[in-house]
Design a binder for this molecule. Structure first.
Ligand code: SAM
Ligand code: SF4
Length: 337
């Protein structure tokens, strides 16, 4: 098991498949000038599948989510999903994507064993989309969403970040659109994880502001803590239900006490928190000669031991409210959101 000193158990693994992306969302990446991870440091498909196998067979991981950067840019994605779906015990498999290219690959992903997708879309207005992502790809994203829905990768969840003065007036429109299409919408508070360190608390649109904006059109009744479990999203029934909208108040309503996440970066580092400033290198252990450790079983157990130690050191909380808080050097796009 992946335990920490506060009694939490990590059963949900986030795997970043690449730090590259075909969008440039302003809250995530700069327009240009961001260095990519060096190719030689990137895990191969085999190394990723081996780590997922170690996680599910030795460490109690039950859910695996592929993310990035943009995971659909990874050429081996379908095969990685297929090989992870063949593991015993079989983990639940999901994907977080910006949706570009999903139109083509959604059926193959479903056939490979993918269970669900989350698609990130912050606006359904083409001009606002361009302003937020610096690209004109809204139609691709909408077609990707529809294809995921048609392929049965359901429930299709939609993640939206609101930016003050850009799309913060569009929350009710987004909810109306999501309800119309049967997508589960969740708003995420903007976090200090952008590569250009441009986040400020004053500019962040809070969970409370998002709820106030939605209440201008609907009545919202909280679904309650029991339904939330370890999920970061608090959910509200819209006009009595059955449709629910989620809000992830990562900054103003932190859920660190219930966190069950462990994160693997595309270059083989374990992070026990989005905001951690330390990482544990599994890549070197993975690339060590198994013969020197007595065989592949022993080599896998060495990797598992390093992973357990990395999670044991997890801090109680993100520390964002601490005056000494420092943003981690690694940006969201290279951590895997
Ligand atoms: N490219 C894929 C996507 O956009 O879904 C996967 C990676 S992206 C880093 C994962 C999620 O993190 C997206 O929903 C995105 O909106 C969110 N995200 C990125 N930067 C963020 C930030 N600074 N604060 C809050 N959420 C952020
Ligand atoms: Fe790319 Fe996702 Fe970051 Fe947007 S949020 S720039 S789509 S990695």
């Amino acid at each position: 098991m992946l335990l920490d000193t506060y009694g939490r158990t990590a059963t949900d693994l986030r795997v970043s498949l690449t730090d590259r992306c075909n969008l440039r969302c302003t809250y995530c990446m700069p327009e240009e000038g961001l260095d990519w991870l060096a190719k030689s440091t990137l895990l191969t498909d085999d190394e990723i599948v081996r780590l997922v196998r170690i996680a599910v067979t030795r460490l109690g991981v039950r859910e695996v989510r592929f993310t990035g950067g943009e995971p659909l840019l990874r050429p081996g994605l379908v095969s990685i999903v297929q090989r992870c779906a063949a593991l015993d015990p079989r983990p639940e498999l999901s994907l977080t994507t910006n949706g570009i290219g999903l139109e083509k690959v959604a059926p193959a992903l479903r056939d490979a064993g993918l269970d669900r997708v989350n698609v990130s879309i912050d606006t359904v207005d083409p001009e606002t989309f361009h302003r937020l992502t610096r690209r004109r790809r809204l139609d691709d994203v909408l077609r990707g969403l529809a294809a995921a829905h048609d392929a049965g990768l359901t429930p299709v969840k939609v993640n939206s970040v609101l930016m003050r003065g850009v799309n913060d007036d569009q929350a009710p429109d987004l909810l109306a659109w999501a309800m119309e299409h049967g997508y589960e919408l969740r708003f995420i508070e903007q976090m200090p994880l952008d590569a250009q360190h441009g986040w400020t608390r004053r500019e962040m649109v809070t969970a409370e502001e998002i709820l106030t904006s939605l209440r201008s059109r609907w009545s919202l009744v909280p679904e309650g803590d029991a339904a939330r479990g370890s999920a970061p999203a608090e959910r509200w029934l819209v006009d009595g239900g059955p449709y629910r909208v989620g809000v992830i108040g990562s900054v103003t309503r932190p859920f660190c006490g219930a966190c069950d996440r462990t994160r693997l970066t595309a270059d083989g580092q374990i992070r026990n928190c989005l905001f951690a400033r330390e990482e544990t290198d599994l890549r070197s252990a993975l690339r060590a000669d198994p013969a020197e450790l007595g065989g592949i079983e022993q080599a896998d157990e060495r990797v598992a031991e390093l992973w357990r130690a990395a999670m044991w050191g997890k801090k109680a909380g993100s520390g964002i409210d601490d005056p000494t808080f420092l943003q981690p050097p690694r940006p969201m796009s290279a951590i895997g959101g």
